[in-house]
Design a protein around this ligand. Sequence first.
Ligand code: NI
Length: 170
Amino acid sequence: MAILEILTYPNKFLRQPTKKVQNIDGDIQKIIDNMAETMFAVPGLGLAAIQVGIDKNIIVYSDSQDDDKKVYNVIINPQIISSYGEIIHENEGCLSVPDLRADVKRAKQVFVEGFDRDGKPINIEAEGLLSFIFQHEMDHLNGILFIDKISPLKRELYKRRIKKLLKNEK
Ligand code: NI
């Protein structure tokens, strides 16, 4: 297994829509293992393949409360089949958008379908944190970052902050 590099804003690759996985084989399973290891190393609650430079519809996540257990889940080709309600997810963050936390409007409940590591169909009804993780990671698959959904002022300040940072690095 390997820890992969996480791409960060404003890397353009993050804006690319990802492709469906056609064949769940050993190569895909290796990607999944590396994604999980990367997520735990950071640590984060969820990771989409595009964040580590792979334009495929894969997300890994961990909703385990026990940090030592390092139990992860994967959904291949995930799709939100339906969603209900509206709620503000406070202090959302993203591994690809460092040093920013902001409130994001999210659905209260989502129903997600996809495939597991072995290609078996799965469906999950999620509420609360898990539902936010799903919506956030599935946005990544469409090239959407959570800063696209925060207040314009906060977004502008963040963009400026990053621009300045990158300029100073040169
Ligand atoms: Ni993210």
